[in-house]
Write a protein that binds this ligand. Sequence first.
Ligand code: PHE
Length: 363
Amino acid sequence: MMSKFSDITKLKEKLINDISKSQDISQLEDIRISSLGKKGFITSLLKNITSQKPEDKKEYGEQVNILKKQITEEIEKVREDYLQKDIIKKINQDKIDVTLPIRNTNLENGRIHPITQVMEEIVEIFSDMNFSIAEGPDIEDDLHNFNLLNIPDSHPARQMVDTFYLPQKDGETKLLRTHTSPVQIRTMLNEKPPIRIIAPGRTYRSDSDQTHTPMFHQVEGLVIDESANMGQLKWCLEEFCKAFFEVSEIKMRLRPSYFPFTEPSLEVDIACRKEKNQLIVGEGDEWLEVLGSGMVHPQVLRNVNLDPDKYQGFAFGLGIDRLAMLKYGMTDLRAFFDSDLNWLRHYGFKVFDIPSLSKGLSE
Ligand code: PHE
């Protein structure tokens, strides 16, 4: 339908024509300024509204605004096309000169976070003892995090930790794992003994103070076979602590404890002493708790279809963050997750200058 405002129609035809004939982005920009700019054609058409008959003013205004919108969109569309073509042209023309010397930037290299470093150290020590690595999901269910570990619904151990539950979906309860022990269950369900694994990873509890953060890290250890025994458990833990703290002797204490999934259960402390604000690990009169452990409970073995008369095993759970604080002298666990660059530069490890451990072990 021909608009009764012929100047609008004519301008539209002219502009569409101009746009289609434009050769590049700068010509397109000229068209945009000459039509939509402060003194542009469309802008002056809008001003002309005052000279329209009163009964035409509304329709006239609408028509100019429609034109303005159409032209704006058309210019944008064609501009996009040019940009695309430009990029393709650039990609085709650009050649990388591999002979150029590298630019001298003063950028600081990133650092390895102490948690990553300590996790790698732990993995390395246990690999040396022939453990392999197992993994499990951070989002767990009641069954793996609790029930199969001999922690039934009403068990008081469920109240011992503050669990983060996820909103129910299809009647299923999901939660953020409160420990790495569900990986024990997943491994025993999927693999046949002999089993000898460690499972490093993130764990979650609603807790926050100087030595607790809502997310923290553990390494689970699990050994299952026909003759696994507590002497081996003690040996593994001793060897681990000596290698980790890089000392030749370590004073350790095994304390009776309680976990629903181990029987007997023990907690392990290592001796330490403070010397001028520094913590010396492995000797002294003070004790530091570093891990929980025990012999796998026969009910847990039955839960994963292993015969407790044939198989036995031991398990342990180490707090990685705690170990990192002890070894590298940080005092506040919360700083680990603050992303403070000064802290990271101070406590982080240079990629090519990782202190001792890997070197220490292979030497
Ligand atoms: N899962 C226990 C905790 O988080 C630690 C543990 C692991 C204890 C394995 C015994 C055996 O406290």
